[in-house]
Design a protein around this ligand. Structure first.
Ligand code: PLP
Length: 399
């Protein structure tokens, strides 16, 4: 047949990841010599946050002890036991399985893959983290978005969730604290979501990767701790709360009645075995992280609180409004007088060098426009960026 063009698969056509997609334009603008201010990267190590010793020490030691081979597919026993213990301390009962993965991302991908057939759908938050959209597209499953309510501090709209359930709905994804809004779910909301899952036989995927990055003394509740009858998988890892996104260590905790979950857990484990294991040396950091004193956290939370306050103060003026985030390191600000936030964000990058991600990349109610900022940069940089954003927005609305 001879040589021919390599045709990518159909399932890749709808894969988008807005967070990295803006980088292409930003790189183009940076090449022109413009000074850039990056408020788009959810990576603390890019800013003034350090990989903590509690990760480095045990990992280097593990490498010296020659732990560079494969590990068991679910992870080394001491890490699995530490994750199990941490889940029990959070109040999660009926734990059926624990597995260590290459970031929470891999746990999410494996758990969706083990559950869904083409044409099935999953309730995902809008706004929410675009990995879910990308994985669902790859699996030829449908994203079934439910809205978060901006005027209720971005709490999930459970009535909207309920109205969207259909016979092909298999699961609910809850991101708490949420990316991109920084909202933290109330206990009432969590209980309503559980009631819905119970009534319709749905699995709950609880993405709690920001659970220790909660501000103002707010309490984070693991949804799986509120019920032992619904099947849950809770995702977490070292990326955010332990300042190690490049470490690529995450995990899943499956909890719920054994008889409901046995086949599903076996399917998850078939995939886990086929991809061998997660990064072996870094798994030795899991137990020290989870069982240690978390001494790296207070300074992190202090910085985040100051930077969140600057964000809320400066992004609530002149046609921009922003619900105060209670957790994580993101704010999702609303734009008045803008129809297409992709165009707005592209122009912002071109004209000011400030890089943010347009709201449409995360999902949002129709006829609204937003942008996400990462408030990890130092205060001076945030002030400079927000001044540029507000001036740009004025000019954009009144050309
Ligand atoms: N889940 C959410 C809500 C996230 O925001 C992110 C990263 O930004 C991830 C999962 C990915 O986590 P990991 O780095 O552990 O793969």
């Amino acid at each position: 047949m001879g040589l021919s063009r390599v045709i990518p698969s159909r399932r890749t056509e709808n894969i988008r990841y807005a967070v990295r997609d803006v980088v292409v334009l930003a790189q183009e603008v940076a090449r022109t010599g413009k000074e850039m201010l990056y408020l788009n990267i959810g990576d603390p190590n890019v800013y003034d946050f350090q990989l903590p010793e509690v990760i480095m020490g045990p990992t280097i030691e593990a490498m010296r002890r020659n732990h560079g081979g494969y590990s068991p597919s679910s992870g080394i026993p001491e890490a699995v036991a530490a994750i199990h213990g941490d889940a029990v301390r959070r109040g999660i009962e009926n734990i059926q399985d624990v597995f260590v993965t290459t970031g929470a991302s891999e746990a999410i991908e494996i758990c969706l893959t083990a559950l869904l057939n083409p044409g099935d759908n999953v309730l995902t938050p809008a706004p929410g983290y675009p990995l879910y959209t990308a994985v669902l597209a790859k699996l030829e499953a449908e994203e079934n978005s439910y809205f978060l309510d901006e005027d209720r501090g971005w709490q999930p709209d459970v009535a909207d969730m309920a109205s969207k359930i259909n016979p092909r709905t298999k699961a609910i994804v809850l991101i708490n604290p949420n990316n991109p809004t920084g909202s933290v779910c109330s206990e009432d909301t969590l209980r309503e979501v559980i009631a819905l899952a119970k009534a319709h036989g749905l699995v709950i995927f609880a993405d709690e990767i920001y659970d220790r990055l909660v501000l103002d003394g707010e309490r984070h509740i693991s949804i799986a701790s509120l019920d032992s009858e619904v099947p849950f998988v809770t995702f977490n890892g070292l990326s955010k709360c332990y300042i190690g996104p490049g470490v690529r260590i995450g995990w899943g905790v499956a909890s719920g009645p054994r008889e409901l979950m046995a086949d599903y857990i076996e399917a998850i484990n078939r995939i886990l075995r086929s991809r061998l294991c997660a990064n072996h040396p870094f798994q030795y950091a899991i137990r020290p992280c989870l069982e240690g004193d978390h001494g790296h956290l207070p300074p992190v939370l202090e910085k985040l609180t100051t930077r969140r306050d600057i964000t809320v103060e400066k992004l609530n003026a002149n046609g921009i409004s922003c619900v105060a985030p209670k957790g994580a390191f993101y704010a999702f600000a609303r734009l008045e007088g803008v129809r297409d936030d992709r165009h707005w964000a592209s122009e912002l990058i071109r004209q000011t060098g400030v890089v943010v991600v347009p709201g449409s990349g995360f999902g949002q109610r129709p006829q609204t426009a937003h942008f996400r900022v990462v408030f990890l940069p130092e205060p001076e940089k945030l002030h400079a960026a927000y001044d540029k954003i507000t001036a740009f927005h004025q000019a954009y609305r009144n050309p």
